[in-house]
Design a protein around this ligand. Structure first.
Ligand SMILES: [Zn+2]
Length: 482
């Protein structure tokens, strides 16, 4: 339907209106047991094989908070510079979701575990800070499954711990939102709090976007997207929606879509979460838990070097550039691989091979660094052969390709395939050899012997340096002349 705009949008220009994006990300925590019971927290198991009365929602079952989940969610909060509520309490969020037959979900909407944090991003050459509003814990719902001829509810996932990260809706572009999501996943990977490879429990993200004219404190739009799994798709959807809302402003007509939500003030609205408008009440069956400063200190001490710090250290320690350091520190295992590789070769060579050949294979075969078949030690040995000019660049590439399938060391493959540059030396030997045989019957026999021994001596005394081949080529005509 078409409505008349509430405010006078005549003569509006797009420049007055900036996007305000809010995100809410749900990540399943990797814990041994579920959030409130001792059922195993695993995926890929036989349907309804990991259940107990609590996960099934049987009344009067006493939930007990999983300390491991609590610690992992807190660790994320601390790493994202959040403040922490020292008393942990839970709420019941009433829901009519089919996947939650008990009619409610235990969550922390009123007293989130952590709040007021941030994550810095490098965007368009500058630093952008994304404000984290809250981080809270909640139990996952069950899963609706369809098989030929039947549909049923699988409760294996019901009650599994989920950490929910909500940003303030002040993210200013679809690209910043996309970058933040990817950066957040790096933090999660470094902290080892979730199993991001688990396809059955993907990371899910909701987003809202509205346009705001902060100068005049006006906000319009307020589109809420359904939960999405693909960050690429979310970025595309946000860009399209921002464009649509801008067009509506400049077109002086605003079309209100059925799923638009009212936005009162861009800096104060909650990030996308229609469920937050559901009724809640305190979960009285769970006793409040007090978090001690000592427990927080212990968690702080367990936080590893995070991507931001690692990136800076790699730049200063190895003299690589910021973009290279960013790519290497994106995954702690890639960073480990790099730092192992530089114990064998120069940082320059390590970066070149890792970001070139190794990344190419990883992307082509869709594998992670832990599945990459050549260890840093084996690759280091190969690079050393090349750096010392024992083999040509072409030979190194060929050996690298073979090493992907062949568990032997690069030295063994090089010897086996006779790839040493020594062959080039032999080609050069061929010249005096030929002269020698041509002159075999002449009086110059003595001279030829002398030339050859001189040549041999000079060749073998040459140190193995880059200049080897050049030196030989320069040396050769002289000797032949003589
Ligand atoms: Zn259970």
């Amino acid at each position: 339907m078409e409505i008349k705009p509430k405010m006078n949008l005549n003569a509006e220009t797009e420049q007055n209106w900036e996007p305000f994006i809010g995100l809410q990300i749900r990540i399943s925590l990797a814990t041994r047991t579920k959030l409130f019971c001792t059922c195993e927290n695993r995926s890929g198991m036989l349907a309804n094989s990991l259940i107990c009365p609590h996960c099934l929602g049987v009344p009067a079952t006493a939930p007990k908070v999983n300390r491991e989940a609590l610690a992992k969610a807190l660790k994320l909060g601390l790493a994202l510079n959040c403040k922490t509520n020292k008393t942990v309490v839970f709420d019941r969020k009433y829901t009519s979701m089919e996947a939650s037959p008990k009619g409610y979900q235990i969550t922390q909407l009123n007293y989130p575990l952590c709040y007021d944090g941030y994550l810095n991003l490098q965007l368009n050459g500058g630093l952008t800070r994304i404000s984290i509003k809250t981080i809270h814990l909640e139990e996952d719902v069950a899963e609706l499954k369809e098989l030929p001829g039947e549909s049923f509810i699988d409760f294996n996932r019901s009650g599994a711990p989920v950490v929910v990260i909500s940003t303030r809706n002040k993210i200013s572009s679809a690209d910043a939102a996309y970058l933040f999501l990817n950066r957040l996943m790096q933090w999660v990977t470094y902290l080892k709090i979730a199993n991001l490879q688990d396809v059955s429990r993907p990371v899910r993200c909701r987003a809202t976007v509205c346009l705001g004219d902060t100068g005049n404190d006006r906000y319009i739009g307020g589109k809420e997207f359904p939960e999405m799994v693909s960050f690429h798709a979310l970025r595309r959807a946000l860009k399209a929606e921002i464009q649509r809302q801008r067009h509506n402003i400049t077109g002086k007509i605003r079309t209100l879509y059925g799923d638009e939500v009212p936005v009162s003030a861009g800096n104060e609205t909650d990030p996308a979460n229609s469920s937050q408008r559901n009724a809640t009440r305190a979960e009285t069956s769970i006793a409040p838990i007090l978090i001690s400063e000592a427990f927080l200190d212990k968690l702080r001490s367990e936080i590893p070097e995070l991507p931001e710090d690692k990136e800076i250290r790699l730049v200063y320690r190895y003299g690589i550039n910021r973009t290279q350091a960013d790519m290497i520190s994106a995954d702690p295992l890639i960073a480990d691989y790099f730092e192992n590789l530089v114990t064998y070769v120069t940082p320059l060579a390590a970066v070149k091979w890792l970001l070139g050949a190794v990344f190419h294979v990883m992307s082509e075969q869709q594998i992670s660094i832990s599945e990459f078949p050549i260890s840093s030690r084996r690759l280091g040995e190969l690079i050393n052969h090349l750096e010392q000019n024992s083999i040509t660049v072409e030979a190194a590439r060929a050996v690298f390709q073979q090493m992907l399938e062949d568990p032997r060391s690069s030295t063994e493959i090089i010897v086996d395939k006779m790839l040493y540059i020594r062959e080039d030396y032999d080609k050069l030997f061929a010249v005096p050899q030929r002269r020698y045989s041509q002159n075999a019957d002449s009086d110059q026999q003595g001279d030829a012997d002398e030339i050859q021994s001189l040549y041999l001596g000079q060749v073998w005394d040459l140190p193995k340096k880059k200049s080897d081949i050049k030196s030989l080529k320069a040396l050769n005509p002289k000797i032949v002349k003589k």
